[in-house]
Design a protein around this ligand. Structure first.
Ligand code: 5GP
Length: 301
């Protein structure tokens, strides 16, 4: 009987497949090391699929070594304790070892880290959203605050490109047509305000958190467009305090003030739609609470 050697083409195809499998296993390890996914999810993928899948052919030792904070010595001890041989592959684990490894990883690993978050600060008229966001702009220069476009004229002291982009109606229409807004709305039945989309998408993609200070309808629209956004509702300490703030500002006519009061009453009722509520009793304290929300949990030591 003659020994059959595989034809040259088969050998080349097998070598290519082996290289691809090695690359796929390396990619899995990188994802775990960067906390983009958990080692547990890789193990579970290995147990759910084919015995030849990258997650199944990955050695348990390699998988454990890619978990941040795990050195060779600790991995060796862990494997000994779990009764897993050094050369074992994920897919080759028996029915007794799989739950042991899963349980170990579940208690050992933190969930994957998100690096950026969109926080939307909204609340009733005159609750002090603008004051809180101004305080954040001045005291926390690292916080990225989105600058809206508006058709209302600048108030004294307001700076183009800093507080708002002040644009005319035609320019605003053009921005809508070109899809440049994440959301836009007519506020207090008067001027239009819109949140430019590109700077926000860029910042989030680069891993920076972004703060938006917009009205309630805008917050709802952002949540629809970006469900991961965190909605924060700024509350007045009391209703009387809100009325005082609304009428005390003195920059609007009495008719405008009454219109804003009516809007505020309706808006206040929306507080339960929001994931987080912050009481604006003292601007510095409220600002610090909002800034804390921009830091993704687990990011800080
Ligand atoms: P003000 O004219 O006093 O600066 O702002 C009036 C209202 O417009 C505030 O409630 C503010 O939160 C809201 N606002 C500011 N920018 C935007 C925006 O881009 N979109 C929406 N929907 N509201 C905004």
């Amino acid at each position: 009987m003659t020994e059959r050697t595989p034809p040259e083409v088969d050998r080349q195809a097998a070598a290519r497949a082996a290289v691809a499998a090695r690359r796929a296993r390396a990619a899995l390890k990188v994802q775990v090391a960067r906390r983009e996914r958990t080692a547990l999810s890789v193990a579970e993928e290995g147990w759910a699929g084919e015995r030849t899948d990258p997650a199944a052919t990955l050695r348990v030792r390699e998988l454990l070594l890619s978990v941040p904070g795990q050195g060779p010595l600790r991995v060796e001890r862990t494997m000994e304790r779990l009764g897993i041989a050094r050369s074992k592959r994920v897919g080759g684990l028996g029915s007794r070892q799989r739950p042991l490894l899963a349980e170990y990883l579940r208690t050992r690993e933190r969930p994957p880290r998100r690096t950026s978050r969109l926080v939307v600060l909204a609340g009733p008229t005159a609750v002090g959203k603008g004051t809180v966001s101004r305080y954040i702009r001045e005291h926390y220069p690292d916080v990225l605050l989105s600058v809206s476009a508006t058709t209302r004229p600048p108030r004294p002291g307001e700076v183009e490109g800093d507080h708002y982009y002040f644009v005319d109606d035609d320019t605003f229409d053009g921005m809508i047509e070109r899809g440049e807004f994440l959301e836009w709305a007519t506020v207090h039945n008067a001027s239009r305000y819109g949140t430019p989309r590109p700077p926000i998408e860029r910042a989030l993609a680069e891993g920076h958190s972004v703060l938006l200070e917009i009205d309630l309808q805008g917050a709802r629209a952002v949540k629809r467009a970006m469900p991961d956004a965190l909605l924060v509702f700024l509350l007045p300490p009391t209703w009387e305090e809100l009325v005082q703030r609304l009428t005390g500002r003195g920059t609007e006519s009495p008719a405008e003030q009454q219109r804003r009061l009516d809007t505020a009453r309706v808006e206040l009722a929306a507080k339960d739609e929001f994931e987080v509520r912050v009481v604006n009793d003292e601007v510095g304290r409220a600002a610090a609470e909002v800034v804390d929300l921009l830091a993704v949990p687990g990011e800080r030591a």
